[in-house]
Ligand binder design. Structure first.
Ligand code: AMP
Length: 453
């Protein structure tokens, strides 16, 4: 199918052609005619399927009749409102809208928290037809009376499941109450959780349902691997994988802000170029880090689930779950960061014994079996070792009572003169007693190395 068969105007077709969109994606093929018809729509579309254009292109087509170049704010009331759970997603949608409206005199702006309200207020006072907003900041503007929602014709709730997860339900209900009853509502969500269906039945009028992939399905283009590993070796395994797989770029997911910070620091210490993004970083820092990652100058982006929402990085080859998410839906979201727009990707999950429950929940939700594997040199301590694994190099790794040895990533000889000599001596002494094994490379040549089996 061609975009020109979907009933879009030449101005829109020209803009998307310049973006290199030659053919509509499946969600666009299904959703665009429905949105053009004015129907409410409940769409289950994974990240990376082209869902933004699926709702935005027909919205632009519908708003085209209002396009004008007048300088009067009264001529530019808000006609379409897009609610996004995160600043990053809002920003991403805003960037897309700017490209899609290149040949149409329709104004759009994006407002989100964490940045100064004044420039947003000025933009809003000039008048915009399309407003992309996070719920909290939108309510701030409504309170300041810089936003009027009485002319809104189309409401989009993007990543609806995430909005609910993030506790925006009250804000959403409040905002819904301020919108005209006569409107079109489009709800996009990666999954159709029961709460999403409830939201749809509360706020939508006999919506059409569109699913482009099986509910809660993961993208077939993404190879999914689960590696079982002791939790204290995760960081080491991650560094090993980044290097051995020659990952040009990777997003690494952590469950908490603290672990994201800690991991990015550790990876830096390992000599890997890494930065963390999460909700405690300032908006400026987050956008800067994201920009560096998008342009390819940053290799490893360590992110929490919330901070990674809406990241659109084309051709991202790898995603790593450093910690499995508590909610299995987050797994679907996380691995949706790779394999976007038809490209291939690899999603690797590092799993320790404490994460068995999360692993089970992921398998159940995505209706697939993800058999945990082991990586040479990182054999999990709770698994009996097969013969073939007994001679692997990490078998000769330090015993648990030796923290310095257990973490060879902390450079044993890095901090200089005197200190560097202490460790091999200590290690060698133990070796003679027959209690420890020391990787030969760490020892000065005069020490004898004993390998214990
Ligand atoms: P989304 O799912 O909206 O985040 O889109 C994912 C990526 O696909 C974005 O980089 C879009 O620019 C891109 N995209 C959207 N529609 C198309 C299309 N029809 N052809 C090629 N790329 C597209």
């Amino acid at each position: 199918m061609l975009f020109s068969e979907l009933g879009l105007s030449p101005e829109i077709l020209r803009a998307i052609e310049e973006q290199g969109y030659s053919q509509p994606t499946p969600i666009q093929e299904k959703a665009i005619p429905l949105v053009l018809s004015g129907r409410d729509l409940l769409a289950a579309a994974q990240t990376g399927t082209g869902k933004t254009a699926a709702f935005m292109l027909p919205i632009l087509e519908r708003l085209k009749k209002f396009a004008n170049t007048s300088v009067s704010p009264a001529m530019h009331p808000i006609r379409a409102l897009v609610l996004s759970p995160t600043r990053e997603l809002a920003d991403q949608i805003g960037v897309n809208v700017q490209t899609y409206t290149k040949y149409l005199p329709l104004r759009a702006t994006t407002v989100f928290g964490g940045v100064n309200m004044d420039p947003q207020t000025q933009e809003l006072r000039r008048g915009v037809e399309i407003l992309i907003a996070t719920p909290g900041r939108l309510l701030d503007h409504i309170q300041q009376k810089t936003v009027q929602l009485n002319k809104v014709e189309v409401l989009v709730l993007d990543e609806g499941d995430r909005m609910l997860d993030m506790g925006f339900i009250q804000d959403i209900r409040k905002i819904m109450g301020m919108l005209p009853k006569e409107r079109q509502t489009l709800l996009f969500s990666a999954t159709f959780a029961p709460e999403i269906k409830r939201l749809a039945s509360d706020f939508m009028r006999s919506p059409q349902t569109v699913e482009v992939a099986r509910q809660n399905a993961t993208n077939d283009q993404v190879e999914q691997l689960v590696y079982q590993v002791d939790s204290f070796k995760k960081r080491q395994l991650l560094a090993h994988l980044i290097r051995s797989r020659e990952m040009s770029q990777v997003i690494v997911f952590c469950k908490t802000k603290i672990s994201a910070d800690q991991l990015s620091r550790d990876l830096k210490r390992e000599g890997l170029d890494a930065e963390a993004i999460h909700g405690d970083k300032t908006q400026g820092t987050r956008l800067e880090t994201l920009a560096a990652f998008k342009e390819g100058s940053l290799r490893v982006l360590v992110a929490t689930d919330v901070a990674a929402r809406g990241l659109d990085i084309s051709e991202l080859p790898y995603v790593v779950n450093f910690e499995l998410p508590t909610s299995p839906e987050d797994y679907v979201h996380r691995i949706g960061r790779t394999g976007r727009a038809g490209a291939k990707g690899v999603a690797i999950s590092l799993m320790c014994p404490e994460e068995g429950k999360q692993h089970e929940a992921i398998e159940k939700l995505t209706k697939q079996t993800l058999t945990p594997q082991s990586v040479d040199g990182f054999w999990p301590s709770w698994q009996p070792r097969p013969k073939s694994a007994q001679r692997e190099p990490m078998q000769r790794e330090p015993m648990p009572r030796e923290p310095m040895r257990r973490e060879p990533s902390v450079p044993a000889f890095s901090s200089g003169k005197g200190e560097g000599l202490k460790q091999p001596r200590q290690g060698a002494r133990r070796s003679r007693k027959g209690k420890r094994e020391i990787p030969a490379l760490l020892l000065p040549p005069r020490y004898k190395v004993e390998i214990i089996r």
